[in-house]
Write a protein that binds this ligand. Structure first.
Ligand code: ADP
Length: 435
C-alpha cells in the first residue's frame, strides 16, 4: 500500500455484518475497516453496506443522517448514511425488526436475518442505479451475496460488477461458504498459510484456481500507541519503556490490581474453543503461581463457557484479587489499554486463520506468546521483519527482560506447548522457542 494507483479508480462495495469499531465482534470487523481504508488510500472509491443494528456504537459515526426508504421483501427499508473512520457507510434498517435484536450474532434466525440483509443490500444497489466494479462479501454471514447477485442481479443492470468473497474463518458456516466459493469471481482468505490449510476442504477444493491467500494487516493509524486516546502516555520505540509503564499503572489502577513491576500477561479474545480455552486457564494459574499478573478481556457466545469463566472470575477475584482480573465483556477502549499495559499478550489458539491480536500486541510493544499454528507462524515471521525495521532492534534486546520475565516465559511455554516466536530474531534467546 501507499503507492500510486496505476489502474483507474474502481468502485468497491463491501457488504458486511461487522465493522470496527461500531459493530465489531472479532477480526472480520477489523478487516472490513482496515482493508477499506487501505484501498481508499489508493484512490479507489469504497463504500460499506452494514445493517443498522440497534446496538451500533453511534459515537463513532460522523454526520449520520437518514437518506431515503425503499420497499423490498415485504417491508420498508430505511437507508442511513454516515462516515466511520473516514469511510462512507450505508446503513440499512429494515422495519421488520431483523436488526433490532441488541446483538450482531446470537439470534436463532441469524441465517435468515443476514440472508435478508444481503438481498436487501443488492436491491439497494440496484434500485439506486449503483454499478460497482467489485462487490466484496465476507464469511458465511454475507456469503449469500455471491449467489443472489449471480441469480438475480447480474443480468439485470449490474453486469459489469464482479464478486469477491473472503473466508475469514472456515469454521463458521462451511455450507454457505462452499456455495459462495462456487459463485464468486474471486475468493481470498486471510493468510497464505491458511489458504494451504483449507485447500483440501470440500468447500474450497474445487475452486483453487480462483482462490488466493492474502495476509491480513492491522491499520497502523487506528492501532497506534503514539496516537491513542485510550492510553495515558503516547509512545514510540523511543520511549516505549516509559509509555508502557504508564499504561501498565493505569491498567492496574483501573482494574484494582496491585501496583507491581511483575510481568503482566494480557488476554483479549473471544472465548471459544478455537482460542485455546484450556490453555488460557492453565496459563492464568501458572502465571499467578509465579507472582505475575493476569488481565483477561473476553466474552463467550456460548452461555456455558461464559458461566464457566464467571465462576473462575469469582474464584480468582477472591483468591488473587491483587493479581488477576477477568473482564467478561466486550470493551474496545479497555483492549487498547491492555495491549499497551501488558508485557505479554497470550494467544494460544488451537488454529488461527490469521490472527490480528498478536499483530496488535507487537504494534504496542507487548510480546505475543502463541502456539505454533500455521497462520500465526506466517504472520510472526513476516512481522518480525517489520519490528526489526521499526524498532531498530531495540525492543527485542534480551537485556531488556528482567529475570522474572524470563522465568515466566520459561515456565509458561514448555508447560503448555507455546512457542515464543516473537523472541526469535536477533535476540540470542532462541532457546526459549520450544513449542
Ligand atoms: P478472531 O477474528 O478469531 O476473533 P483475531 O485475533 O483476528 O481473532 O481478531 C480479534 C479482534 O477482536 C482483535 O482486534 C481483538 O482485539 C478484538 N477482541 C476480541 N475480544 C475482544 C473483547 N472482549 N473486547 C474488545 N476487543 C476484543
Amino acid at each position: 500500500f501507499g503507492g500510486i494507483v496505476k489502474e483507474p479508480p474502481m468502485h468497491i462495495v463491501h457488504i458486511a455484518v461487522e465493522m470496527a469499531p461500531i459493530a465489531k465482534v472479532g477480526g472480520l470487523g477489523d478487516v472490513v475497516t482496515s482493508l477499506s481504508r487501505a484501498v481508499q488510500d489508493l484512490n479507489h472509491n469504497v463504500n460499506i453496506i452494514l445493517p443498522k443494528y440497534d446496538c451500533l456504537n453511534l459515537s463513532h459515526v460522523k454526520d449520520l443522517h437518514y437518506q431515503k426508504s425503499y420497499s423490498w421483501g415485504g417491508t420498508e427499508i430505511k437507508v442511513w448514511f454516515g462516515k466511520v473512520e473516514g469511510l462512507s457507510v450505508y446503513f440499512l434498517e429494515p422495519q421488520n425488526g431483523f436488526v433490532w435484536t441488541g446483538c450482531v450474532y446470537g439470534c436463532k434466525n441469524d441465517a435468515e436475518r443476514f440472508g435478508f440483509f444481503c438481498h436487501a443490500a443488492l436491491e439497494f444497489l440496484h434500485q439506486g442505479g449503483l454499478q460497482p466494479d467489485i462487490i466484496h462479501c465476507h464469511d458465511w454471514s454475507s456469503a449469500p451475496v455471491a449467489w443472489l447477485f449471480k441469480d438475480h442481479y447480474m443480468h439485470y443492470g449490474l453486469s459489469k460488477t464482479r464478486v469477491v468473497f473472503t473466508i475469514h474463518n472456515l469454521e463458521f458456516g462451511a455450507h454457505f461458504i462452499g456455495k459462495a466459493m462456487a459463485y464468486a469471481d474471486k475468493a481470498t482468505t486471510v493468510s497464505h498459510t491458511y489458504s494451504k490449510e483449507v485447500a483440501g476442504n470440500p468447500a474450497v477444493a474445487p475452486h483453487l484456481h480462483k482462490f488466493h491467500g492474502i495476509l491480513n494487516g492491522i491499520d497502523l493509524d487506528i492501532w497506534d500507541p503514539y496516537n491513542d486516546k485510550f492510553i495515558p502516555v503516547p509512545y514510540t520505540s523511543e520511549n516505549v519503556v516509559e509509555g508502557k509503564r504508564a499504561a501498565k499503572e493505569a491498567l492496574q489502577q483501573r482494574l484494582g490490581l496491585k501496583k507491581s513491576d511483575h510481568p503482566l500477561v494480557g488476554i483479549i479474545t473471544r472465548l471459544t474453543h478455537q482460542k485455546g480455552i484450556h490453555l488460557i486457564k492453565h496459563a492464568i494459574w501458572n502465571t499467578l503461581k509465579r507472582n505475575g499478573q493476569v488481565v483477561l478481556l473476553g466474552s463467550a457466545p456460548d452461555p456455558r463457557i461464559q458461566n464457566d469463566f464467571v465462576n473462575l472470575a469469582n474464584q480468582l477475584h477472591s483468591s488473587h484479587s491483587d493479581q488477576a482480573r477477568l473482564c467478561l465483556t466486550y470493551d474496545e477502549p479497555l483492549s487498547h489499554l491492555i495491549y499497551a499495559g501488558a508485557d505479554f499478550i497470550l494467544v494460544p489458539s488451537i488454529f488461527e486463520p490469521c490472527g490480528l491480536t498478536q499483530l496488535t500486541a507487537m504494534r504496542y510493544g507487548s510480546i505475543p506468546v502463541v502456539r505454533k499454528t500455521g497462520g500465526d507462524f506466517m504472520i510472526l515471521y513476516s512481522m518480525l521483519t517489520m519490528i526489526k525495521l521499526e524498532l531498530k532492534h531495540k525492543v527485542l534486546n534480551p537485556t531488556d527482560l528482567t529475570s522474572m520475565e524470563l522465568m515466566v516465559l520459561e515456565s509458561i511455554m514448555p508447560s503448555i506447548g507455546l512457542s515464543l516466536l516473537g523472541m526469535m530474531v536477533g535476540t540470542g534467546l532462541t532457546h526459549c522457542a520450544r513449542g
